[in-house]
Design a protein around this ligand. Structure first.
Ligand SMILES: Nc1ncnc2c1ncn2[C@@H]1O[C@H](COP(=O)(O)OP(=O)(O)O)[C@@H](O)[C@H]1O
Ligand SMILES: [Mg+2]
Length: 541
């Protein structure tokens, strides 16, 4: 995170320096004030010094306005670049690890946690340095005018620090709990909002209200405990400060009575004490913010540290791709899904993959897409020149894929097709839609390709969404095509048309077609049957 902050370091230092200048000016104004009072006690009205006082105050106000504008600009720039980096890391993490996390939890980390970190790095650190500098300068000014009072103020410092140490662990604990509960309720809301149909059909509204109430209670308790801790700490800080104030005041009065200091010097004491009070109360509010930043940083690094996908850097685009699988076994954690799979597929072959639900068909697809690695054995794609490439995420450059289920994104139909090929023109889109038997219904829509789909392809039927997903895969014209139950929501006739289109028009494409319908097998060359126990058999149709 410090690396990410580096490009902004310059700006942070600038704002910090500006604050230092503004602070120095306000001290200067305090000291000028002393001379104004001292002159007045001697019966002199010093207009020049008064004008200096006004001037320095105005400048310090102007500077603080300027610095607050700059710091909000930097803060947005920085928090967004952190967010971007984290989003990038999530996208590039190994699928199996990242897919175990709830998207609501990840969004909370992307928003709240990153926000607290960027606030932390941008405000807390410079501000703490500033406050410490401010306290130090105040100490030296006091020391210059009266050594005893300055030394007394020095004793108060450790008392304040001790108070922070006592509260530290509890702060951390509550902050961690607060973040966790935020992730929980956001995941809950996100999930329920995206499954409103299920909520309504099963009459879960009241149960969900009760769950939200439980979240509210839990959070309220935590927030209350956290607030109590903050209040206790700031009360102790203020008490320490008040003792300092009273002592400074009484001591100053005593010194005036003995004639050791002037009224002007007493004014310095009082003004400094007021300034220090401001610093101390902001220090008291910075501490919880600081622990919230630490907790967030931990939550972010635990995701950043997840293993990333390894690429081998292959870029050549093969024209024809075959597959070679040698003794591959695969297990999620301990459950063995595929056992000793051996398979040779020639370029252009159409392989039907069948087997009962839960046998491991989609798992095989994940291996083909390098979303996960075989537990043992080896898998290669074989190119037209007999060159072999072990399956790494690089392989995705020549594979098109229709996932199981509803996978369109919100946006227009054309937007969805452009995921398959970013610069596809209308003719190419219509051709792909025709192959996927989707051209008729898309053309019949009033806005055709520009028809907007809402989340989860709202606005069209599931079978129509599946056909657009097939068109999205066909538009890239890649040599490998994987269909994972891609026609499950279609009637047999439409399914037949699509399969015929694929097998007759795309003879060079190597296809893996997962299906439950036996009638589809006639369009394929061979069939791979995965049994429930994880063994598999390949045979001609
Ligand atoms: N991410 C996962 N983590 C652990 N087990 C999984 C995961 N995905 C699938 N499985 C298990 O692997 C088995 C095969 O799943 P899958 O390949 O999706 O079956 P299907 O043949 O129906 O496509 C199932 O028993 C399932 O419970
Ligand atoms: Mg499946």
């Amino acid at each position: 995170m410090l690396k990410t902050v580096k490009p902004y370091m310059r700006f942070i230092v600038y704002t910090f320096l500006i604050s230092v200048v503004s602070m120095l000016i306000s001290y200067a104004s305090t000291i000028v004030g002393k001379y104004v009072v001292d002159d007045a006690t001697n019966g002199i009205i010093n207009l020049r010094n008064m004008a200096w006082m006004c001037g320095t105050m105005l400048v310090s106000i102007l500077i603080s306005v300027f610095s607050s504008i700059i710091s909000s600009y930097i803060s947005e720039k920085f928090s967004f670049s952190l967010r971007k980096k984290f989003f990038n890391d999530i996208q590039r993490s190994v699928w199996l690890d990242i897919s175990k996390m709830h998207s609501g939890d990840l969004v909370t980390r992307l928003t709240s946690d990153i926000g607290s970190i960027s606030d932390g790095l941008i405000t807390i650190i410079p501000q703490t340095i500033l406050i410490c500098t401010q306290l130090l300068i105040a100490f030296f000014i006091l020391f210059y005018y009266d050594k005893k009072i300055a030394l007394f103020a020095l004793i108060l410092g450790p008392v304040g620090a001790l108070c922070l140490v006592i509260f530290r662990e509890r702060y951390k604990k509550y902050q961690a709990k607060l973040r966790k509960s935020e992730s929980e309720y956001r995941s809950f809301m996100q999930e329920n909002l995206s499954n409103l149909t299920v909520i309504k059909a099963f009459g879960r509204e009241d149960a969900n209200d009760a769950q939200m109430e439980a979240f509210r209670k839990k959070r309220l308790g935590l927030v209350f405990k956290n607030a109590r801790l903050s209040a206790a700490m700031s009360a102790i800080m203020r008490l320490v400060y008040s003792i300092g104030y009273v002592v400074a005041f009484c001591w100053g009065s005593y010194r005036i009575s003995t004639g050791d200091i002037t009224y002007g010097t007493l004014t310095i004491f009082i003004t400094l004490v007021a300034q220090v009070q401001g610093s101390i109360s902001s220090l008291a509010s910075i501490v919880p913010q600081y622990y919230s930043m630490l907790v967030s940083a931990k939550r972010i690094t635990s995701v950043i540290d997840l293993p990333k996908e390894e690429y081998i850097g292959a870029t050549t685009m093969p024209q024809a791709v075959g597959l070679e699988v040698e003794d591959v076994s695969f297990a999620y954690d301990t459950a063995i899904i595929l056992k000793h799979l051996n398979l040779q597929v020639n370029a252009g072959e159409k392989i039907a993959v069948i087997g009962p639900s839960g046998a491991g068909k989609t798992t095989l697809v994940r291996l083909l897409l390098a979303l996960t690695k075989p537990t043992r054995g080896s898998m290669h794609y074989v190119f037209e020149n007999a060159q072999k490439e072990t399956i790494y995420p690089d392989a995705r450059r020549y594979i098109s894929y229709v996932p199981q289920g509803n996978t369109l994104i919100s946006g227009s139909i054309a937007d969805n097709l452009r995921i398959g090929s970013p610069d596809a023109d209308e003719a190419e889109m219509l051709h792909a839609l025709k192959l996927a038997s989707a051209d008729r219904f898309v053309n019949a829509l009033p806005q055709g390709l520009e028809t907007m789909l809402s989340e989860k392809s709202g606005g069209i039927s599931e079978g129509q969404a599946q056909r657009i997903a097939i068109a999205r895969a066909l538009i890239g014209e890649k040599p490998v095509l994987i269909l994972d139950e891609a026609t499950s929501a279609l009637d047999e006739k439409t399914e037949t048309v699509i399969l015929k289109n694929i097998t007759e028009n795309l003879q060079d494409k190597t296809c893996f077609i997962i299906t439950h319908r036996k009638s589809m097998l006639q369009y394929c060359d061979r069939v791979l049957e995965i049994a429930e126990d994880g063994t598999a058999e390949i045979r001609p149709i």
